[in-house]
Design a protein around this ligand. Structure first.
Ligand code: B12
Length: 591
């Protein structure tokens, strides 16, 4: 494997000093008045963190959901209603991650210029203050803050409103439309980290939801754990903040999930309660039936409840809504998820004695040992590349520039084996890699059942318009296996960049994955960019092809896309069928 990174070339010479940025952040936070969250006040504690510690130490379990409708007012009304229904249905709701529109990661003056996606927009200081006081639920600001160009302004807003858990450390790999200055983006992130550190004594916690970042794409849980150690080193040892690491959505196997949770507890030496353990979101297909999903959800949250009861961490429980693969959940679907979670806790309490933890603890130790090796290798590797490992800015910028998959190829700790995608046998393979490889197999099997077309000579540009990379991986892998010459641009790609590469490579086909609820606007924008450059490759879109239209939220926009001349694909099999009809004239192959 050739290494594109020569020592000293990864970072620019004129970077600001990371520790100076931390100090600037601390000074900025000192000027922000402290506010107590309503959730903490009503429980008679100083902070969200303090209440979590009390629950952890007394064996009480708390609950968590994700929610982000378009405005704070809409979100607030649904939260109040969900909470009120819990009084009759026998559940309590403790925490909510407010799920913003990706535009919230842009500085306020750019937000209106970017395409709207799904999620919450906070428009005024009253919206922020309302999130801290209007409901008796702890709000978390996780997304589109740390890691984004809006890190300082959003952290200031969240601190001013009294938020106790502010994230998201994992998102320093995120890309934003209309923004390509990674140095400023990461510098603002480090300054905002300093702001959160300044509030450590009042209980404010710097949160990371690890599978929002590179952990979602690693193939080895040893890499994931080592990456979490790397983040802990930056946040706790260099920046001086309290750090919570939450995890969970990419795990399907309960044994792996609980072993990894226990490994995270081992590296959490300051015992900061994690915000939550996320429910499994990846086991449902968009065509899956909700009854089956309910069984999957129960099984997932039951084992997490067992772990929390036996090895308390203070992390809240999350049960994934059964409609996860399709849309933002309705109020009824959220209520259902909380009912499932409360039943799971009841069953877990009465069946705790049936659980044999020995295999889980053994697996935990294997992950821990591998994670320690990865962390050591990563730090040594960064030093060899000329990165100052005592500077938080250099560390997050360098690892962002290297990228998650390349980092795992360079510093992965399994036995070398070229038949594996990252060049080594994973110490403990993630469910993600297992699921993706089996998804590729299923799609190829379907296609081969009809006689696979030979796509040799077909030039295809693939990309994802947002952070979702799994669909893109399957699309690129299947088309390459069928012989196409695929140029995979990766994630968070903008329409102008995709069009530019389509011209440079004389692409016959452009295939874009889009999930964030703006498929029609993106399709129009992409066609405009291609027309402006006088090229007309065949355009295919897939992922979640919906958008909020006049009077209809998350409407399926496949029909409108087809009218524009874009092929809207529910499945990759449909795209291959389309390519066969359009480009393949000879007989099918048995490739
Ligand atoms: C994993 C995931 C994430 C991970 C992504 C990790 C990663 N590195 O990829 C994380 C947690 C980071 C994430 C973030 C977000 N997510 Co998300 N995510 C998902 C999830 C759980 C799985 C999607 C997936 O990858 N499936 C696996 C792939 C292989 O299967 P598939 O999607 O069915 O793909 C197949 C076909 O669709 C097709 N296909 C896919 N692309 C293409 C392209 C072409 C050309 C063709 C022909 C075919 C094709 O082929 C694939 C293979 O068979 C879904 C919910 C779900 N269970 O589906 C939500 C979901 C897609 N996410 C959603 C949202 C809103 C977001 C966020 C915008 C939330 C936010 N506000 O921050 C952010 C995006 C932030 C950003 N910067 O862009 C929503 C979308 C809602 C909508 N459109 O109505 C969903 C549905 C969750 C929900 N219910 O709210 N997400």
């Amino acid at each position: 494997m050739t290494d594109p990174f020569e020592p000293g070339t990864l970072l620019p010479d004129d970077l600001p000093n990371g520790m100076d940025l931390v100090r600037a952040g601390r000074a900025r936070a000192e000027r922000i008045p402290e506010v107590q969250l309503r959730y903490a006040r009503e429980r008679g504690v100083a902070s969200d963190r303090a209440y979590k510690e009390r629950c952890r130490d007394s064996g009480a379990l708390t609950t968590y959901i994700n929610l982000g409708y378009k405005t704070w007012a809409q979100t607030r009304d649904v939260l109040r209603s969900v909470q009120a229904r819990g009084r009759t249905l026998g559940y309590a709701l403790d925490r909510v991650s407010l799920i913003p529109d990706r535009r919230m990661g842009l500085p306020p003056d750019l937000r209106e210029q970017a395409l709207g996606e799904t999620g919450l927009m906070m428009y005024t200081p009253q919206d922020w203050a309302g999130a801290g006081q209007d409901v008796d639920i702890a709000p978390i600001w996780n997304d589109h803050n740390l890691g984004s160009p809006a890190a300082v302004v959003n952290t200031e807003a969240a601190l001013s409103a009294g938020f106790g858990y502010i994230g998201n450390m994992a998102q320093h790999n995120y890309g934003y439309p209309l923004w390509d200055d990674d140095v400023t983006q990461m510098a603002r992130t480090v300054e905002a980290m300093g702001m959160i550190a300044q509030r450590k004594a009042s209980g404010t916690v710097l949160e990371s939801y690890i599978e929002d970042g590179y952990c979602a794409g690693f193939h080895d849980l040893a890499t994931s754990l080592g990456w979490c150690m790397f983040h802990r080193y930056i946040v706790e040892d260099l920046v001086g903040a309290a750090h919570s690491q939450s995890y969970g959505s990419t795990f399907q196997d309960p044994l792996l999930k609980q072993a990894f949770g226990l490994a995270l507890q081992e590296i959490n030496t300051h015992r900061v309660p994690p915000s939550f353990t996320h429910g499994d979101t990846n086991s449902f297909s968009p065509d899956g039936d909700f009854d089956r999903n309910a069984a999957i959800v129960f099984n997932d949250v039951y084992y997490t409840a067992l772990r929390e009861l036996r090895f308390p961490s203070g992390g809240a429980l999350h049960a994934t809504p059964v409609s996860e693969a399709l849309r933002i959940p309705t109020e009824d679907e959220l209520v259902q998820s909380l009912v499932i979670a409360s039943e799971a806790v009841n069953r877990a309490r009465s069946t705790m004695a049936l659980m044999d933890w020995r295999p889980v603890l053994e697996l935990r130790d294997t992950i821990l040992a591998g994670g320690r090796r990865f962390f050591a290798k990563l730090m040594a590797g960064l030093q060899a590349l000329g990165v100052d490992t005592a500077d938080p800015l250099q560390l997050i910028l360098a690892t962002r520039r290297i990228g998650g998959s390349r980092m795992e190829e360079l510093f992965g700790v399994g036995e070398p084996d070229s038949s594996y995608p990252r060049g080594f046998t994973p110490v403990v393979a993630t469910d993600t890699v297992r699921r993706l490889m089996s998804n590729v197999d299923v799609v190829l099997r379907d296609i081969r059942a009809d006689g696979a077309p030979d796509l040799s000579g077909l030039r295809v540009v693939t990309a994802s318009g947002d952070i979702h990379e799994y669909g893109l991986f399957v699309v690129s892998k299947v088309l390459s296996d069928l012989g196409a010459k695929v140029v995979d641009l990766g994630t968070s790609m903008s329409s102008p960049d995709i069009a530019k590469v389509a011209v440079e490579t004389a692409a016959d086909v452009v295939a874009v994955s889009t999930y964030n609820g703006m498929a029609l606007s993106l399709g129009r924008q992409l066609l405009d960019e291609l027309h402006r450059r006088h090229v007309a490759p065949a355009v295919y879109l897939g992922g979640r092809l919906n958008e909020d239209l006049e009077g209809q939220s998350a409407a399926d926009v496949s029909g409108q896309l087809e009218q524009l001349g874009i092929t809207a694909c529910r499945t990759l099999q449909a795209m291959v069928q389309g390519l066969r009809e359009r480009f393949v004239t000879g007989p099918v192959s048995t490739r």
